[in-house]
Write a protein that binds this ligand. Structure first.
Ligand code: PA5
Length: 481
């Protein structure tokens, strides 16, 4: 597939950030942000902007380099093209940052009912992301695919994640028994850290295909590495356009003046909202089914990057906003009541798509009661609802902002993902925490391994058993006999 020229893609494809409805001029003084609030974080912001510029120059920000890694993209494309030749199904095994990016790309950039399309109407295999170890779902997927024509992507940055490795061991067993060891190896691809880890070793020993994730790119920042790009390439998504979009946004976000920089401005607004206005909950509400999984991807990067007990000086800060993913217009009929009248602890970010890419008309009708609907498009209606919801929130003194995408295509999705990655990283700087680690989830992982009897961790398992004994007296059974 030829590489696109960035310049051809840019026209009219800019994403727009509008934070006016976070400001006191619009929503009043209760939660509204003032210029004085913004001025108070400028010294911190300037310091981080300089740090990021330095880290970028010294190649320290792994995710920043990904959109320019053409060598890796060429390899991904080549491998995907060859594997697609004889492939009906793609199974992606991974969890957290190793799954959410691929799911977001699939949801945004493939036909909404991709897996249900007849084979001749799909240019790509069906895809199943197994990002949980629910046995019923796993068995269902393992049962539905044809092992002879299935490509398995095992995705794990660390190469040690219990959930992913367990699924792989089961699936490998099924594949090897049905197709033999070498045929199964030919259709297995491991995506993991290039540095030594158990999965990397297994891939080498077993002759699996291998795509490296750069060492300085963590799971939740890896969507534009092989983690997201390989499934995308298998699904015939133009990964070069995706990368061009991310590069375009990276270029825009080089602006040192945060008022011209959407990632930095959005970060500042979120930070002030959380730390000065009591808005500890960040709701992301796309008005488009195709962005639903991107909202879930963002939920993870925001939560895991910013939710930290200690700051960089070791001081207890308990930082972070709780992210919620909602969907418009559906959740107007589920969540909106709470957003409009519940506690003043939320800000809503609307994601709006100007042109949905299809035109579905509501017919003009005879019935008087509904004539106002006739002649509108569904795309027009959904955007009117987004606008109306935001207006209503503003009227109620509730905080909101919006990101508007002109349309959904690989170029705009590349922009959006990069913008949100940088916004997250920058906001981590404002909190003075490390947005790249996740110490809070490591303890749970160690307990899991301890409980499974992994050598060296037995003590931890004992502690947990102890704890389970203690909670018995606080447990109620419905049948006490
Ligand atoms: O963002 C992260 O670092 C995590 O969510 C990881 O992606 C997740 O825990 C899976 O880890 P791994 O990719 O090592 O299997």
């Amino acid at each position: 597939m030829p590489r696109c020229k960035d310049i051809d893609l840019v026209k009219g494809m800019d994403i727009r950030l509008d934070y006016s409805q976070m400001m006191s001029e619009f929503i009043g003084d209760k939660c509204g942000i003032t210029e004085k609030d913004i001025a108070s974080v400028v010294p911190q912001a300037d310091k981080i902007i300089k740090t990021i510029a330095r880290e970028r120059k010294n190649n320290k920000l792994g995710f920043y380099n990904l959109p320019s890694d053409m060598e890796s993209a060429d390899k991904i494309r080549e491998l995907a093209d060859s594997l697609r030749q004889n492939c009906d199904d793609l199974v992606v095994l991974g969890i957290g940052g190793s799954a959410l990016g691929g799911k977001a790309l699939f949801n945004a950039l493939c036909h909404p009912l991709h897996n249900l399309l007849p084979k001749n109407k799909r240019k790509a295999p069906r895809v199943f992301f197994l990002d949980n170890i629910d046995p019923v779902m796993c068995q269902a997927v393992f049962g539905i695919v044809n092992p002879e024509k299935t490509v398995t992507a095992v995705v794990s940055k660390s190469g040690t994640t219990v959930e992913t490795i367990s699924q792989f061991l089961i699936f490998r067993d099924i594949l090897e028994r049905r197709t033999g060891k070498s045929a199964s190896a030919e259709k297995t691809i491991v995506i993991t850290d290039d540095n030594a880890n158990p999965l990397r070793t297994l891939a080498r020993k077993s002759g699996y295909h291998f795509l490296p994730v750069p060492a300085n790119v963590g799971g939740r920042y890896s969507v534009l590495s092989p983690v997201g790009l390989f499934p995308a390439a298998m699904l015939d998504i133009d990964i070069f356009e995706l990368m061009a979009g991310a590069r375009y946004m990276a270029e825009k976000c080089k602006a040192d003046n945060f008022r011209q920089n959407p990632a930095y401005m959005a970060g500042i607004i979120h930070y002030i909202a959380d730390t000065k206005k009591g808005l500890h909950i960040a709701v992301t509400m796309p008005y488009c089914d195709g962005l639903k999984e991107t909202a879930f991807w963002f939920r993870q990067i925001w939560a895991e990057s910013l939710g930290k007990e200690k700051d960089l000086n070791g001081k207890t800060v308990n930082a972070g906003q709780t992210p919620i993913a909602a969907l418009g217009a559906t959740d107007q009929h589920s969540q909106l009541q709470l957003y409009a009248e519940g506690p003043y602890d939320k800000m809503v970010t609307f994601w709006v798509v100007e042109k949905p890419g299809v035109k579905v008309m509501i017919p003009k009708i005879r019935e008087k009661e509904f004539t106002y609907l006739g002649g509108n498009t569904l795309g027009g209606l959904v955007n009117i609802e987004a606008q109306a919801t935001q207006l209503a929130l503003t009227e109620a003194g509730r905080s909101s902002m919006s990101l508007t995408l002109p349309e959904i295509n690989p170029f705009t999705i590349g922009q959006l993902l990069f913008l949100l990655e940088l916004q997250t990283y920058f906001t981590g700087g404002l909190y003075n925490i490390n947005p790249l680690d996740q110490p809070g989830v490591e303890a749970g992982k160690r307990y899991t391994k301890g409980l499974l009897g992994k050598p060296g961790l037995k003590n931890k398992a004992d502690i947990l058993n102890n704890w389970q004994n203690k909670i018995k007296s606080f447990t109620i059974k419905t049948n006490n006999s």
